[in-house]
Design a protein around this ligand. Structure first.
Ligand code: ADP
Ligand code: MG
Length: 225
């Protein structure tokens, strides 16, 4: 379970202070599929970076799996992220001169797993997202949807309990969006907590719960609006 209490975040540029997140309270239970929706510039990515443990410069309390994230030093914070969270981005962020299998295996290499272990886990994971046949290709040989499957495989290869995605279908056409959402939803049905930021209501509307953000404030969930 994760809970954010009274989260505030500002960016300062010289004398200008931009108060981006204002008094955010969110609780997400294990296994939920939650979407965070709002206009461009409303603070969705800023909020997601906090939830996904990329950013720890904020005010307020963030508890994840019973740990107060502010109590972790920099190294423990990174380890905690690697253990608990898988990240997927709009533009895939694959390494272009590495094969699909090597991209997906990279987090396992960092964990110090053996080549044989890595090969087996990577094959299973590529199979789960339907692109085992692309294992030895370079990312540039793949379509956008296939590249996003690779990115999802890399995000789940370490078995995190939370999958976080920032506009994961933003670079995909509508048919491919449907396919990628099916991949996400299957992972969620298997137990992974899924948190997706999107401004596409066809994507966000598929979640169990939709959190709406406007100008850095939560203005409601789909239970309320
Ligand atoms: P969204 O993802 O909803 O489009 P963001 O969270 O990216 O919105 O941005 C919200 C606000 O925070 C914007 O005004 C943006 O300019 C500002 N912002 C985001 N990231 C930074 C940063 N690294 N430094 C300074 N300002 C930032
Ligand atoms: Mg954004």
């Amino acid at each position: 379970m994760l809970s954010l209490k009274n989260i505030n975040k500002s960016f300062t540029n010289g004398k200008e202070k931009n108060h981006v997140l204002k008094d955010i309270d969110i609780t997400i239970e294990d296994g939920e599929f939650v979407s965070i929706m709002g206009h461009s510039g409303s603070g969705k990515s800023t909020l997601l970076n906090i939830i996904g443990l990329l950013d720890r410069q904020f005010l307020g309390e963030y508890m994840l799996n019973g740990i107060d994230t502010h109590t972790l030093d920099k190294k423990s914070f990174t380890n905690f992220r690697n253990k608990n969270v898988g990240w997927v981005f709009q533009n895939f962020k694959l390494i272009h001169n590495m094969t699909v299998a090597d991209n997906v295996g990279l987090p396992l290499l960092y964990q110090g797993k053996s080549t044989r272990e890595i090969r087996e886990i990577v094959e299973n994971t590529l199979n789960k997202v339907g692109i085992l046949d692309k294992a030895n290709e370079l990312p540039k040989m793949l379509s956008g949807g296939q590249q996003q499957r690779v990115a999802i495989a890399r995000a789940i290869v370490t078995n995190p309990n939370i999958l976080i995605a920032d506009e994961p279908t933003g670079a995909l056409d509508s048919a491919t969006t449907v396919e990628i959402m099916d991949v996400f939803k299957n992972l969620n049905v298997m137990g992974t907590t899924l948190i997706i930021v999107t401004h596409d209501v066809l994507v966000g509307g598929q979640a169990d719960r939709m959190i709406k953000v406007l100008d850095g404030k939560i203005i409601g969930t789909n239970y309320e609006i």
